[in-house]
Design a protein around this ligand. Structure first.
Ligand SMILES: [Zn+2]
Length: 121
């Protein structure tokens, strides 16, 4: 089972809030299936519709396990573009939706199927 450190999730939620109404996006770094860091790259940080496109340009870095991006719309469901990106960029993908709190995010695998991620301290 995947896990994420609470501090990392808090940083994601805060970054999504400060990017609002634009999208926020980043890659996820993990060790032993524990997400411990987000990786910000130029062009992936915020913007309107280009964030998911930019996430397609994943660097060759085997510590990067997937992606996170925000949905200012408030609906944490993947779009077709999201599903294309998920299938290419890793095994775990988070979508955080407005209002960006601990109840407004979901996690998906590379097939776009919802998965459980445990928040750990
Ligand atoms: Zn999306």
């Amino acid at each position: 089972m995947w896990k994420i450190r609470r501090g990392v999730l808090t940083l994601i939620l805060e970054s999504s809030r400060s990017s609002y109404p634009d999208e926020f996006g980043a890659f996820l770094r993990a060790k032993h299936r524990i997400i411990y860091e987000i990786v910000l790259l130029p062009g992936t940080v915020s913007g309107s519709s280009s964030v998911v496109y930019n996430l397609m340009m994943k660097p060759i870095d085997f510590t990067i396990v997937g992606s996170v991006h925000s949905h200012p719309s408030g609906v944490p469901l993947p779009s077709q573009a999201d599903l294309d990106m998920f299938s290419r960029t890793g095994d775990i993908h988070l979508i955080v939706a407005y209002p960006f709190n601990f109840d407004s995010w979901k996690a998906y695998n590379r097939f776009g199927e919802e998965i459980d991620v445990k928040v750990i301290d």
